[in-house]
Every structure is written in structure tokens, then in C-alpha cells.
Design a protein around this ligand. Structure first.
Ligand SMILES: Nc1ncnc2c1ncn2[C@@H]1O[C@H](COP(=O)(O)OP(=O)(O)OP(=O)(O)O)[C@@H](O)[C@H]1O
Ligand SMILES: [Mg+2]
Length: 339
């Protein structure tokens, strides 16, 4: 294996002890390498050499797990080759067979199989693949909906009305399945759902005070700040005297847009309607440029400004409705959503 001399931050991740370490780095920048080194440094620790089967090393895909196991195996072989007398290292080779290096799924399956009596599972249970899981979900949903239609509660009827289920349940079914999918991203999906329903029961004064409004304001603010910065960068590109002709045609318009974006970002802290008052973001017409000397720069500036205009269309859609109307809608649909 090629000589490895870790960078300062890699070294920090390798040598840090006694707490949680989160390594987030670009593709191919050495994350797996750092993980392998971190493991090896524990195994070869002169004070307290650890055994390789006392670690749990998990990743997400089978391919990644296979790569990880291969890398650890190779690394161990290299170290044994460099120091054949190291008994502790040679022992690790044998322990590697039962080391827990795999996917999170295989770890969880093993854990459940070992404790199937506690989990109420048959010892030969199998993990459903995606197709089977989808079929089971659809079946469960059909049964739930049938039961709900048999003795419909008013909230359920309101729900079917709201999503326009009518004779065909497809839209309602799709909605439930996609919501269920998304809920799985939360550590405790039921708790999350309870919180959402509780949030629906509060009638806030401003749409920006709802969890959803806050999220939209935050992301709108971040977008506006990003684009204000980008546009300022474009203005800076036009600043040199040699680009004065571009500045003359584009400068005024782009600066005006940038100031409006900054004002929107600032207003976003003061609530929904305050932010909404700053919309739409103005994009005054650009002056025309005939045969500019630096056509490439002019085209680049125009393209970035147009990209900003496109992005800001979404902002206008998000903030299309005033706070009062949104809160009214929310109050009316809340009972349906609780169903
Ligand atoms: N400090 C370093 N010096 C020399 N080589 C390095 C260094 N850090 C990483 N490498 C090498 O870079 C290559 C990519 O590293 P690695 O596979 O660990 O990256 P990764 O972040 O896990 O990639 P991926 O995102 O694809 O999983 C490997 O060959 C590794 O040995
Ligand atoms: Mg990797």
C-alpha cells in the first residue's frame, strides 16, 4: 500500500479518543482511509492493544462493507509483513473472521436473530426486499381504508373530501404511502407525527410562527443571501475600468436586484408578511450590449443573473399567499390532517 502520511485534520480524526467523531469530507478525500487508520491505531496501541473483533464497523451498502473489510484485511497483512514477529497482530488475522464489519442491515438482522425470542420473531425470519415491502404496505393500507370507510368518522370524511379521493382512493393512497416513506427519515416516526398534529392544533398569529413557515422563511432567507452575494460578486467582476461598458449596461439592474434580495433576507426575520412585502424581487431589464470586447464575461454575468431570476420565481410561489389566508387554510384542514 502506498505510503500514507495523514493531513493535520486526518490525523486529528485518527487520534481523537474518548468521544464521538464525525468526519464529513468530499468523495475520494480519504474517509475510508481515516477509518481504517483509526481502527489500526487502536489495534496497535502500545499501551492497550485492542482486539479487532471488539469493534463494530458498519456502513450502508454491501459494496462499501466489502471494500471496508478488504481494506482492513490488506492493511493488517501489510503490517504483519513489516513486523512478522508481532504476535498480537498475527492473532488479529484470525480474529478478523469473526470481526463485525458489515452493513447496518446485516448487523441488525444478526442482533434480531440472536434475540428472536425477545423480539417475538421466528429464528428463520427473512428480510423483505423492496417489492415485497411495497406489496405488504399496499395491502395494509387497503385494509385500513376499508375499515375507515365502513364506519367513517367525520374527520376521515373531511380528509377524503380534502384530497379529492371521491370514488377513487388513488390520491389518498399515494399521499399516505409517500407520507409514510418520508416519516421513516425520522428516528421516531410516530413521535414526529404526534408533534406535527400538535403543531396543527395551535393557531399562530403569523404563518412564519408555524414550523413549516419558519422552515420556508429560513430557506428563503438563505437562498436570498446566497444570491445577493453572487450578484455582488458579478458587480465586482464589472468593477475594473476595462469592463466599464458592461457595468453601464448591467450594473444598475444587478445592484438593484441584489439590494432587494438583501432587504428580503433581512425582512424574513420579521415574519411572513414582512418578507412577502419585499416580493417580487425586481429584475429590471438589462441594457443592451452590442459587440462587447469581452463577450464571454458579459455572457457569464447575464447567465448568472438569469439563473438568479429563475431561482427567485420559486420564492414568489412559496410566498404567494398572505399569512392570514394560510392560517385560515391550516385551521380548516387541520381536522382532516389529524385523521
Ligand atoms: N493523506 C493522504 N496521503 C496519501 N494518500 C491518501 C491520503 N488520504 C487518502 N489517500 C488516498 O486517497 C485514496 C482515496 O481514499 P479513500 O478511499 O479513503 O477516500 P473516501 O473518502 O473513502 O472515498 P469515497 O468517498 O469514494 O468513499 C486512497 O487511495 C487513499 O489511500
Ligand atoms: Mg470510502
Amino acid at each position: 500500500m502506498a505510503e500514507f502520511s495523514p493531513t493535520a485534520s486526518q490525523r486529528e480524526a485518527i487520534e481523537n479518543r474518548g468521544g464521538a467523531v464525525l468526519v464529513s469530507a468530499a468523495a475520494g478525500s480519504g474517509k475510508t482511509r481515516v477509518l481504517t487508520e483509526r481502527l489500526m491505531s487502536r489495534v496497535t496501541d502500545p499501551e492497550a492493544p485492542a482486539d479487532i473483533d471488539s469493534f463494530l464497523v458498519i456502513t450502508y451498502t454491501r459494496a462499501a462493507a466489502a471494500e471496508l473489510k478488504g481494506r482492513i484485511t490488506d492493511e493488517l497483512a501489510d503490517r504483519i509483513a513489516a513486523d512478522p514477529s508481532a504476535r498480537h497482530l498475527r492473532r488479529q488475522n484470525a480474529l478478523l473472521q469473526r470481526a463485525q464489519i458489515g452493513t447496518i442491515h446485516s448487523f441488525c438482522t444478526g442482533l434480531l436473530r440472536e434475540n428472536c425470542h425477545l423480539a417475538g420473531l421466528l429464528p428463520d425470519f427473512a428480510v423483505a426486499d423492496e417489492d415485497r415491502a411495497r406489496a405488504l404496505k399496499t395491502l395494509a393500507l387497503e385494509r385500513t381504508l376499508e375499515a375507515a370507510y365502513e364506519n367513517p368518522e367525520p374527520e376521515f370524511l373531511l380528509l377524503t373530501d380534502t384530497v379529492g379521493a371521491g370514488r377513487d382512493d388513488r390520491r389518498l393512497a399515494d399521499l399516505v404511502l409517500s407520507l409514510h416513506d418520508r416519516m421513516q427519515c425520522h428516528a421516531r416516526p410516530e413521535k414526529w407525527a404526534e408533534r406535527q398534529v400538535a403543531a396543527l392544533s395551535e393557531t399562530p398569529e403569523d404563518a412564519g410562527d408555524t414550523p413549516w413557515g419558519l422552515e420556508l422563511l429560513d430557506s428563503g432567507k438563505a437562498d436570498a443571501q446566497y444570491w445577493a452575494g453572487e450578484l455582488n460578486r458579478l458587480v465586482a467582476l464589472m468593477a475594473p475600468e476595462s469592463n466599464a461598458y458592461i457595468m453601464k449596461a448591467y450594473g444598475g439592474s444587478i445592484s438593484e436586484t441584489s439590494s432587494a434580495l438583501a432587504a428580503f433576507a433581512e425582512a424574513a426575520d420579521r415574519g411572513w408578511d414582512a418578507a412577502r412585502d419585499r416580493l417580487p424581487i425586481p429584475f429590471p431589464r438589462l441594457g443592451s450590449l452590442r459587440n462587447p470586447p469581452d463577450a464571454e464575461l458579459a455572457a457569464f454575468i447575464k447567465a448568472r443573473r438569469d439563473a438568479c431570476k429563475e431561482a427567485m420565481k420559486k420564492l414568489a410561489v412559496t410566498f404567494a399567499e398572505p399569512s392570514e389566508k394560510l392560517i385560515g387554510d391550516l385551521a380548516r384542514t387541520a381536522p382532516a390532517m389529524k385523521a
